[in-house]
Design a protein around this ligand. Structure first.
Ligand code: SF4
Length: 241
């Protein structure tokens, strides 16, 4: 794995042009509202991340051992921006009514069940390696994880940390360690993706859209990063008024 990592880092890191092409196509795409247009862009750019990973896997003949039902990494700290959390919520909001109710019920139960772990989480920064270990010791699943089936309730819009962390060996190592050497992180794709998302949002704003029509606070929502459980908790509290 170490040799393959070296090869990827030395010669297979893409130049970002696939994201540029995707943004150009997004300008031609129309949805009924600006908020839906932004949600579509978010999903599309996440797909581009998957496509880049698939290309590298093809070049290196790697096949991930990650499978539905294996959710070890859903107990890792997933740290994202409020912008991404709002887009995940926007995705849930346009699900068919039954699915939406299921997710809402699941989240209510989650925040009741994990109240004490969340309190502990609020007291940590989770930026340093030790904090990450501490996070893992909380045994706190991601709010979007259906712990019964081990599946993600927002799989189509799972954020960058979930997409870019892949295991190419025995998946059990992810349960035993925080960042096992057998895994590989394509986190470098996150920069292209975020740059492309910014470019698209700025184009929408130039076109006359605003925070209200987009359903975000820009750029503020993209400046800070927090663990996903805390972002969703804040959203749930604000939705309740
Ligand atoms: S968003 Fe989905 S894939 Fe990512 S940690 Fe949460 S449950 Fe797992």
């Amino acid at each position: 794995m170490a040799a393959i990592c070296e090869r990827i880092n030395e010669s297979l890191i893409p130049d970002g042009s696939r994201f540029d092409v995707a943004v150009d196509r997004l300008y031609e795409h129309e949805e009924p509202t600006a908020a839906e247009q932004l949600l579509h862009a978010y999903q599309r750019l996440l797909e581009v991340v998957d496509e880049e990973i698939a290309t590298i896997e093809q070049q290196t003949q790697l096949a991930p051992s990650c499978r539905k039902g294996c959710a070890h990494c859903c107990y890792y700290p997933i740290v994202i921006t409020p912008l991404e959390a709002k887009l995940i919520i926007a995705y849930v909001d346009v699900l068919p009514e039954r699915d939406k109710e299921r997710v809402a019920g699941h989240l209510q139960q989650y925040f009741r069940q994990y109240r004490s772990q969340l309190r502990e989480l609020r007291e940590q920064s989770y930026e340093e390696a030790d904090d990450k270990r501490l996070y893992k010791s909380l045994h706190l699943p991601c709010p979007m994880l259906d712990t019964q089936s081990g599946s993600c309730l927002a799989y189509a819009v799972r954020p960058i940390p979930c997409r870019t962390y892949l295991n190419y060996s025995d998946p059990r190592v992810c349960g035993d360690e925080l960042l096992p050497k057998e895994s590989f992180s394509y986190a470098f794709l996150g920069e292209y993706y975020m740059q492309a998302l910014h470019e698209y949002i700025q184009a929408l704003l130039m076109d006359g859209e605003d925070d209200e029509t987009l359903g975000i606070v820009y750029p503020d929502d993209s400046l800070e990063m927090e663990p996903l459980p805390l972002l969703l908790e804040k959203w749930l509290l604000s939705a309740r008024g």
